[in-house]
Design a protein around this ligand. Structure first.
Ligand code: TLP
Length: 342
């Protein structure tokens, strides 16, 4: 039976040409800074995102953790959106490994309001932990792939500058945001002090993220990566997949967004509760309550019928489109879902 896997864009498999690029990659020992393919990837990502330097890391989780540990000191407070991936899904690494305190603020469709951020920055008071960092996430995963605009990002940078606090962007899906806005990705990246960009989500590489920032920040981040055991050796083999992805898989993200919209429309016609306008990129978040079925039960039934998705709460389910899913798959998925919910 055919399976249509809409659990995540992390599930994509590398295509033949990406595998060829990996096979032919020039390599060296990256801990010595001698892997030319890693160096090329780091330079390309930094350039695209409007930053000086880059650091290739194994995962988005590690990219964010390195950023937090490099910007902050133990005991600092970090401002985060309440549903952010760093707070929800990164195993509390910021506290367990960095001694950092999350200060969560509820956002609007994943975006922090500048006035809320301002109100949550700590005063210089003997009783208070210092605010060490402000983090944003674009696109915002749990909000359903929603986009933060260039203007919102710039305003948050202004707030950060008022208090001399750095701004970090979890840009796991930043290219999706840029595609949705029709803006160069650098416009979204350059207002931030650091950005973690995932190559293994919509861009379709099998592994890897790049953390970018200014040269001095990346020099310190490189040491933190080593401390966390993330110093890799002939990593050019996997960096080549990332370079291939940045060259070949960016323009096609618009297809994923179109497929997500089509899926969302179909789901709403089937009785799922969802806000079509909030389907801005490749993630569809929907409520199953009107169907009289819980997320976990629907997940199990759909999986048996050939469609995989994830539940994110008792009534909330998530479908993600990606490069291994075409328009016909979306039509078939909708047929299967129709059959199951009826
Ligand atoms: N997100 C994964 C799961 O961890 C939930 C997914 O399937 O969506 N930032 C954001 C916004 C993410 O969505 C993810 C992965 C990460 C960071 C972490 O990336 P990895 O998985 O490479 O550590």
């Amino acid at each position: 039976m055919k399976r249509i896997d809409l659990r995540s864009d992390t599930l994509t498999a590398p295509c033949v040409r990406m595998r060829e690029a990996m096979q032919l990659a020039e390599v060296g020992d990256d801990v010595y800074g001698e892997d030319p393919t890693v160096n090329a990837l780091e330079e390309k990502a930094a350039r695209l995102l409007g930053k000086e330097s880059g650091l290739f890391v194994p995962s988005g989780t590690q990219g964010n953790l390195i950023a937090l540990l490099t910007h902050c000191r133990r005991g600092d407070e970090v401002i985060l959106e309440a549903q952010s991936h760093i707070f929800m899904y990164e195993v509390g690494g910021m506290s367990a490994l960095g001694g950092l305190i999350p200060r969560c603020i509820q956002g609007e469709q994943g975006a922090l309001s500048p006035s809320d951020v301002r109100a949550n920055i700590r005063e210089d008071d003997i009783h208070c932990p210092p605010t060490g960092l402000i983090c944003i996430e674009n696109t915002h995963n749990r909000a359903g792939g929603t986009v933060i605009s260039v203007e919102q990002t710039r305003t948050l940078r202004q707030v950060a500058d008022e208090y001399n606090v750095p701004l970090h962007l979890d840009g796991a899906r930043l290219f999706n945001a840029a595609a949705a806005l029709g803006r160069p990705v650098g416009d979204l990246g350059s207002p931030c002090h650091s950005i973690s960009l995932c190559l293994s989500k919509g861009l379709g590489a099998p592994v890897g993220s790049v953390l970018v920032g200014d040269g001095e920040f990346i020099t310190r981040a490189r040491k933190v990566r080593k401390m966390l055991g993330g110093g890799m050796r002939q990593a050019g083999i996997i960096a080549a997949a990332g370079l291939y992805a940045l060259t070949n898989n960016v323009d096609r993200l618009a297809d994923d967004h179109r497929h997500a919209k089509k899926l969302a429309l179909g789901l709403s016609q089937l009785g799922f509760e969802l806000d079509i306008d909030s389907v801005q990129t490749n993630i569809v978040k929907a409520n199953t309550r009107p169907l009289g079925v819980t997320g976990p039960v629907l997940q199990e039934r759909l999986e048996t019928a050939g469609v995989k998705m994830l539940y994110m709460g008792p009534d909330i389910v998530r479908f993600v489109t990606h490069l291994n899913v075409d328009e016909q798959d979306i039509d078939e998925a909708l047929q299967i879902i129709r059959f199951v919910v009826r």
